[in-house]
Design a protein around this ligand. Sequence first.
Ligand code: FE2
Length: 197
Amino acid sequence: MIDVTFLKKSVTFSISKSSIFVVLEKIKKYSISIASKPNKMKPNIGISEKKLDAVTDLLAAVLADEVMLYMKTRKFHWNVSGESFMELHKLFENQYNQLEEAIDEIAERINKLGSKTIGTMDEFGKLATIKEHPGKYPTSKNMISELLEDHETVIVILREHVKHCAEKFNDAGSADFLTGLMETHETISWTLRRYLS
Ligand SMILES: [Fe+2]
């Protein structure tokens, strides 16, 4: 009899001279079975861990842009003034509510795909493409133009992500999810564009 401690587990084998190869085979099989055990944190949904990580990284960047756009829309809701004050005040409120819903869905999707979700302003600021303009208070027309530009930026980014999720990462679910999000931004953009025409 021989006791072997392997990967912190004790394994006992009966050894005879001729059975050393059997022992080695057992160790090999045991190590393979341990190595092939799935990471419980990562969902086993037919997408490799590497690809899931790529998708959640991409979703984190989308989340950061949505948070920036949400904050900017809120700022404009608070500071809009002029003849159309109430109309734009309500329009921006309606839009940031849609963004808030999207933020929650994106954050939870990152979790569903097995990753932690970022949640600090510092992380959002570093990952976002959408830029903030502290201390600037545009006219109501410029608020609309700026928001339109930002929503269109997000649409262009999302279109690329949809393609990558479907073709590169084998993740039809995220491609579909991001397509729905892109359509939300398209509708908001269409509404904003009408104010400028
Ligand atoms: Fe309000």
